[in-house]
Every structure is written in C-alpha cells, then in structure tokens.
Design a binder for this molecule. Structure first.
Ligand SMILES: Cc1cc2nc3c(=O)[nH]c(=O)nc-3n(C[C@H](O)[C@H](O)[C@H](O)COP(=O)(O)OP(=O)(O)OC[C@H]3O[C@@H](n4cnc5c(N)ncnc54)[C@H](O)[C@@H]3O)c2cc1C
Length: 392
C-alpha cells in the first residue's frame, strides 16, 4: 500500500484547455492534483489578425471557464457573443437560430484558442502556481491496486489515485494504458484564415453546406470574420497554395457579398479532419477527456465543447464522491463513462451523419436534404432541441 500523504488524487497529462480547466476545477475543490505537459506552456501574443485557431464556445463551456476563473481573465475585447446562426444548404435549404425572445444569454461565444488558454493560465499563475509542470517527459506508467506510479525523465516519480489523459487526439498515454482508438479520415482538411470585412457581421455565425464541403464564417471582434472551410483534401491543398487574393476570390464565389468585401488578414492553416472513437473511456485508475477521448468533424464547432463537458462531469463526480471511494475508484470511473457515452456518441453521429448527407449526390439527395433543413427551420421546438443539444 502506498502512503496516503504522498499520493495525488488526480494527475492530468496534457495542459491544453481541457486539461488545465479540469486541473483548476479539482484544485479549487481542494483535491491534490497536478497537470503535466511535454511542451513548454505557450504565452499568448495577441496579433492584429487574430489567432489561426478560433473556437465557438457553448454556454455550458462558458459556465465551466467562468467557474474556474478563466473567463474573467480573458480580454473581453477579444470575445464575440454569437447573436444568431444561419445555415444555408446547397439548394435553397436554410436554417436560422437565434436566442428565444427576451433571453439574456447569446447562443454562445467566439474566442481565440490562445486567448482562452491564456485566461486559464493566468488563473494558474495567480492562484495555483505549482499546478502545472512543463516541459516534462513521462517515461513509464505502472498501474497498481491502489494507485498509478508515473516515472518522469527527471525529478521524483509521482503516484496518483487517478491518471487522466488530456493529451489530445494523438494521445500516446491512451495506447500506453491499453485503450484503443479508431480513426476514420474524412478525406478533408479544414482551411482556416481570418478576414476583415466592410460591413458589420452583427454577431451572426454563418455556414454554407455545399455538396461535399462546408464553409463557416464566424464573427470576430470589429469587422472581422474567421473562416473554417472543410474542403476535400486536394481542394484544400489548392486553397492553401493560392495567393491571398485568389483564395479570397474563391471564398467570395461561394459565400457571395452579403458578408461584405473580404480581405485576408492572417496566414491560412490546414487541419486534417478525422472521426476518432475509442472502445472505452476508462480503464483501471485511468480516464480520457477532451480530444484524447473523441475526435469530431468541426462543422458543428463542438470538439472542445465536448472536451470541456468531459472535464466538468469528471470534476463533478470526483468532487462529490463522498468519504468512501478514492478518486480512482472503479464505481466513479464507470459513472463518468456512462454519463459521457451518450453525449459523445450523439455529437459524433450528428456530425458524421451530416457529413455523409452532404458528401454524396447519389440518390438525388440534394432536394431532400434541403427540404429537411427548411422543415426543421419551420419547427420551433425542433430547432430549440438542436440548440439545447449544442449548448450542453
Ligand atoms: C479547424 C478546426 C476548428 C475547430 N473549431 C472548434 C470550435 O469552433 N469549437 C470547439 O469546441 N472545438 C473546435 N475544434 C476542436 C478543438 O480544436 C479541439 O477539440 C481542442 O483543441 C482539443 O483540446 P484538448 O485540450 O482536448 O487537446 P489539445 O488542445 O490537443 O491539448 C493537448 C495537450 O496535451 C499535450 N500533450 C500531447 N502529448 C503529450 C504527452 N505525450 N505528454 C504530455 N503532454 C502531452 C499537448 O502539448 C497539449 O498541450 C476545432 C478543430 C479544428 C481542427
């Protein structure tokens, strides 16, 4: 038996947004927790054209970041409330979402990835400077009956009741702990870039579902928008290789000029898109959270939102576990896996289903899918249901 006083409650591997939010939530509740990362912690440098990585954040994610103090540390001038959403199909199909009349909260928020992580790291620096250790290399992991022993390349070994992988889609800890991930390529790359426009976006997030591709323009502070163009890989490579003027012309040919005349203000980047599913979310004294637990198509802007909800649910279960079980107890891990299984599967099914529906022109599906969008748009209750789902 390991001595209880030199053993952590939770050791989180991966100091991305998910890992740091989880670490702070647990530390705030008085648990003995550490977070490790193999890379040095980034320092956010605000740039004029905004970060390449821009995320839509649900109200539930906002609630978690707010609860751990990270939201209040973000520069409000770099956050945009989403006042409405429009989705256009490829043949006059249309969906519009807006908060119910009189609702105080917007549909969600748009913020840069770096600004969000920086908000959390500012809380760490102010309130829990010993929470994160980075850069550090994890050399060996050994699961014992009552703890997991973790050997680092330098420094003393650590022991923890529960080990959590928050080390991203390519998590190496996941495989090391015996959990299998299944990847399916979408044959697509997301091309991201930011644009200035000459008309106000009014906080509207816009999406165009084309045959085989999805284009999204998300509102950024001032008259700026952020592009996420999920394109067939060969087309994405062409877009990335174009001059800014040619890329902008290609974009305007798709979205028209209702969004104004666009001018590229950041260099573009491309991200391979894959579905990733795991056989199990937990193993003995081990749990997955964030992208280590799931990969989803970014068309719904929900990957990080799912990850933050993993963190919120796991924290809730561990904090309220009562006097009996330790944090790695199998009953707690089962409860976590049960609570997260359905929301993760539902989001993967939704995005994967939409991807399939719009990625084929066989069977004359185009009129049907556009009719479906219009039908959903006419049904207030169904739209409400979709919005509530995206905000969980
Ligand atoms: C184009 C695009 C657009 C997207 N848009 C949205 C959106 O609008 N809304 C949304 O919610 N999501 C969106 N996503 C998804 C989102 O980017 C991810 O879900 C999110 O970044 C995952 O965060 P994470 O903290 O789980 O993992 P990561 O951000 O990948 O962090 C993992 C951390 O683990 C560390 N690490 C890795 N390996 C090790 C190791 N061996 N040892 C120690 N540390 C390690 C890394 O250094 C890193 O700090 C989008 C994704 C793409 C590709």
């Amino acid at each position: 038996m390991a001595r209880a006083d030199d053993i952590l409650d939770v050791l989180v591997v991966g100091a991305g947004i998910t890992g740091v939010a989880l670490g702070l939530a647990l530390r705030q509740a008085g648990l003995r927790v550490r977070v490790l990362d193999h890379a040095s912690l980034p320092r956010f440098q605000p740039v004029a054209g905004f970060d390449q990585r821009i995320y839509a954040m649900s109200r539930a994610s906002h609630a978690l970041l707010d609860a751990v103090g990270g939201w209040g540390r973000m520069d409000p001038a770099r956050i945009v409330p989403i006042e409405a959403m429009t989705v256009q199909g490829d043949a006059q199909g249309q969906l519009q979402f807006s908060p119910p009349t009189g609702a105080a909260a917007p549909l969600g928020y748009i913020a840069e990835s770096g600004a969000r992580l920086e908000g959390l790291l500012a809380v760490v620096r102010a309130r829990a400077p010993d929470l994160i250790e980075a850069p550090v290399t994890l050399e060996a992991v050994e699961t014992q009956a009552d703890h997991v022993a973790v050997t680092l390349a330098r420094g003393p070994a650590l022991r923890t009741r529960l080990l959590v992988a928050a080390d991203g889609l390519q998590s190496s800890l996941r495989g090391r702990m015996g959990l299998t991930a299944h990847f399916k390529s979408y044959g697509q790359k997301a091309v991201v870039a930011n644009y200035a426009t000459d008309i106000p976006h009014q906080g509207v997030a816009r999406q165009w579902f084309l045959p085989q591709e999805v284009v999204a323009l998300l509102p950024l502070p001032g008259n700026h928008v952020s592009l996420v163009w999920s394109a067939q890989s060969a087309h994405a490579e062409q877009l990335l290789a174009m001059t800014p003027a040619a890329r902008t012309a290609a974009l305007q040919a798709v979205v028209g000029y209702g969004v104004g005349h666009l001018q590229e203000v950041s260099s573009p980047a491309g991200f391979d898109l894959r579905l990733m599913q795991v056989d199990a979310l937990v193993a003995a004294r081990f749990a997955l959270v964030g992208d280590a637990a799931h990969g989803v198509h970014p068309m719904a802007g929900q990957g990080l939102n799912l990850g933050l909800q993993d963190a919120a649910v796991l924290a809730e279960i561990l904090i309220h576990r009562g006097p009996g079980p330790d944090c790695g107890d199998v009953s707690l891990l089962r409860r976590y896996a049960r609570a997260r299984r359905e929301p993760i599967l539902a989001m993967q099914a939704l995005t994967d289903g939409l991807f399939r529906l719009f990625s084929t022109d066989r069977w004359g599906l185009s009129p049907l899918r556009n009719w479906g969008m219009n039908a959903v748009n006419r049904q207030g209750w169904l739209k409400q249901l979709l919005m509530e789902h995206a905000n969980q």
